[in-house]
Write a new protein. Structure first.
Length: 476
């Protein structure tokens, strides 16, 4: 058995073992979903007046399974009305023989696959929805077919004719909705992003893999999708347990966005493990949204990274979405934290005198043009329990009689010196080391204004002829 065979079996067994956790009810012989998926419960009783189009086909049972997952997710988790969900499927290979599957996707005794998958039928479906949908409704397109270069395939044996550049682009442009979501499990699905991201309204596009790569699937569905749907419902596929909210609800708004579900699924999809990057079945999931600046362009980096060790050498620490740092930085190390969305300095983060750190934003659109390290805008600090992570920079104990007040401040604070006519230089920096305010003069009192700056921790360096002192100020 060669290395490739061993690797593919390992990943298939990983996917199968995750399904053994009973997230997906299945027939153990055919590996076909055969019941309602219990984790889709719509606990918040959401009602969605939007529309969904599900397109599936190909002589593989796992493609039907993906459609069943999607259909049940949108009905029972997201609250879409059944008569607002249109399912078109290439059924000719699936209604008898080895791959026989029902037209009932949620096992309520009613047929859910009502349309045959072909270009004219899909176009007709889009026309129907375009005449009904309002600008207050969401629209979802889910594609579970084989995929080729820049197109989805009606079946595995025919040329891929549902192209992204013309067919899907034109059909989606008919839809005037509040937000258009496109989710694809097809091979080479990432090719659609450049073609479909242009159009009226807000759009979010998620694909199981990039334009250059095939998608990896186990018997019950795509490796990425078998993580994505449970994650979007708040469940971990491998354990069949609820995901802790701080591990998926990253913005703490009490909801799981498609962006957050994407990051979680991508981090837990065994097919994206960097050790498998040279394998044929290695996946590179892609995310694009008109309402977010987050992208995923460095496939070897984790989406969420938790750091909790002592750093003694200069290094770069990278996460594509969220970097939680609880490090101690010492021995004059110079550390760069880079993230595509959030950096959070947690309780216990500490920088020993002589060491430094800075933050950089990963901007995938800029990196295409050779621009690296833009301004970081989502740095946050555990202020309530925050330890002063810069050690005192004065060479002498604080005995200068200097008074800084009020602290915390809503924008302005004052510095009073013990003596009259003090010659001073005041510099204020943020936690990344960027100077946000500086002034100099001679006097006894000085007003400092941080109006227009973001809430957070700032460092006030005060130099006189007699001393240099650094104080921490919290801007509310």
């Amino acid at each position: 058995m060669n290395k490739f065979t061993i690797s593919i079996l390992t990943f298939l067994l990983t996917c199968l073992s995750s399904f053994a956790a009973d997230i997906y009810p299945k027939d153990d012989i055919t590996w076909r979903i055969n019941g309602r998926i219990g984790i889709f419960t719509n606990e918040d009783n959401v009602k969605n007046s939007g529309y969904v189009v599900i397109l599936g086909g190909g002589n593989n049972t796992f493609l039907w399974n993906e459609c069943a997952q999607a259909y049940q997710f949108f009905v029972y988790e997201k609250g879409f009305q059944k008569n607002h969900i249109y399912v078109a499927y290439d059924t000719k290979d699936l209604l008898d023989g080895q791959y026989k599957v029902p037209l009932d996707l949620d096992f309520d005794g009613q047929k859910d696959i009502l349309y045959e998958l072909d270009k004219d039928t899909v176009s007709s479906i889009f026309n129907k929805i375009a005449s009904k949908i309002t600008k207050n409704d969401d629209f979802v397109l889910f594609i579970a077919t084989h995929g080729g270069n820049n197109a989805a395939c009606i079946d595995q044996s025919s040329p891929c004719t549902l192209d992204y550049a013309n067919f899907f682009k034109n059909e989606l442009n008919k839809i005037k909705a509040k937000h258009i979501f496109v989710l694809s499990g097809s091979c080479h699905g990432g090719a659609m992003i450049e073609h479909l991201k242009v159009g009226d309204g807000n759009r979010t596009i998620i694909t199981s893999t990039s334009a250059e790569k095939t998608a990896n699937a186990g018997p019950l569905g795509g490796m990425f999708l078998c993580q994505f749907f449970p994650a979007a419902a708040g469940y971990d596929t491998d354990t069949a347990k609820k995901i802790k909210s701080d591990s998926i609800d990253i913005d703490n708004d009490g909801k799981i966005s498609w962006e957050e579900a994407f990051v979680y699924a991508r981090d837990h999809d065994g097919s994206t493990d960097p050790s498998a990057k040279d394998e044929k079945w290695y996946e590179i999931p892609r995310f694009w949204s008109s309402t977010s600046d987050f992208r995923y362009c460095r496939e070897l980096e984790k989406g969420v990274l938790n750091q909790n060790e002592t750093i003694t050498k200069s290094t770069n620490v990278i996460a594509m979405y969220l970097l939680n740092a609880r490090n101690t930085i010492k021995n004059n190390a110079n550390v760069t934290y880079s993230s595509g969305k959030y950096i959070r300095l947690k309780k216990g983060f500490h920088v020993v005198k002589g060491a430094k750190f800075k933050t950089k934003k990963i901007d995938c659109e800029d990196e295409k043009n050779g621009i690296y390290g833009g301004e970081f805008r989502h740095l946050s600090i555990d202020e309530d329990e925050f330890n002063e992570f810069y050690e005192e920079s004065s060479d002498e104990p604080i005995s200068s009689g200097l008074v800084l007040y009020p602290n915390p401040t809503d924008g302005e604070f004052f510095i009073s010196f013990a003596a009259e006519d003090v010659n001073f230089l005041i510099t204020v920096t943020d936690v990344t080391g960027k100077t946000v305010y500086t002034t100099s003069g001679i006097g006894h009192d000085q007003k400092v204004s941080l109006e227009g700056q973001s809430s957070g921790v700032y460092f006030v360096r005060i130099s006189t002829n007699e001393m240099t002192e650094t104080r921490k100020v919290i801007l509310r």
